[in-house]
Each structure stands twice: as structure tokens, then as C-alpha cells.
Design a binder for this molecule. Sequence first.
Ligand SMILES: [Zn+2]
Ligand SMILES: [Zn+2]
Length: 152
Amino acid sequence: MTGRIYRGGCLCGRVRYEIKGAIEDIICCHCSECRKAQGSAYATNGNVKAEDFVVLTGESELTGYPSGSDQVKFFCRRCGSPIISKRRSVTDRVRVRLGSIDGDITQRPTAHIFVGSRANWDPLDAALPRFETHEPSRQQPPNRAAGRPGND
Ligand SMILES: [Zn+2]
Ligand SMILES: [Zn+2]
């Protein structure tokens, strides 16, 4: 716990949320699914304890897109902003799309993953470690088998 409270929301402002704890395991994923989901060079997502993530307004606007058998990506149905994803196999965490957070956070990304499938116009951040697929700590679970999209 950091003791800090972060707030965030979607582009149109209907969905608003609060994060009451730490943001952990921040990863930049360059896989093709994350690029499509974000409409950008890569997704930067971080884990938050499920009980620390509270939707303040607009919960009825949050729409789930089943991405693979285990994950649902939630976005605002009005403006399309990606907000979080949840895994059926991981009930105690949500994965927050960091671009939806207002203002500054104290934590930092720890790696770029799936750089092997990055867009050819993506310059990358030269300072961070790079992995062809998942970062080493995440290469074991069956739903993150090597060679499959990161699905972050
Ligand atoms: Zn919205
Ligand atoms: Zn990914």
C-alpha cells in the first residue's frame, strides 16, 4: 500500500474510478492484440488489487469484450476508452490501462514485452529491458504460453 489514491476515467467522463492502493507489475506490451486494443504502439497496463479498484460513476457504461477464453477487456461504450481487463483465473486483481489515470503516479514500467511483434514505426524506449515474448517471470502459466499474444 502506498497510501495514495489515484483517480481516472474515460475520455467522455462518464466512467470514473478510484484506485486506493498500489499499482504493480507495470508492463508495456507490444503484441498485436494490445496494439489493436489501445490503437497505439503498445499498451501500458498495471495490476491493482480488485478491492482497491472502485468505479465511482458510469459502471453501466463499462462494456466487456471477451478477449480469449480467460480475459475480458472493459471499455466505455460511449467513447471507447479502454479502462481495465479482468481474468477469470485471477479474481483478486484488475489490470488497469494506465493512460486512463489522471495525473501522475509514483510507479514506473519495468519492461517492454512482445517487442518481436512491435509496429515498425514504434521507436521503443531504449532504457528498458526487452523480451521477445513475455517477461521471464510470466512465461510459465499455460494462458501465457510462449509465442501467443500477450493479451495484456
Ligand atoms: Zn466514456
Ligand atoms: Zn499484449
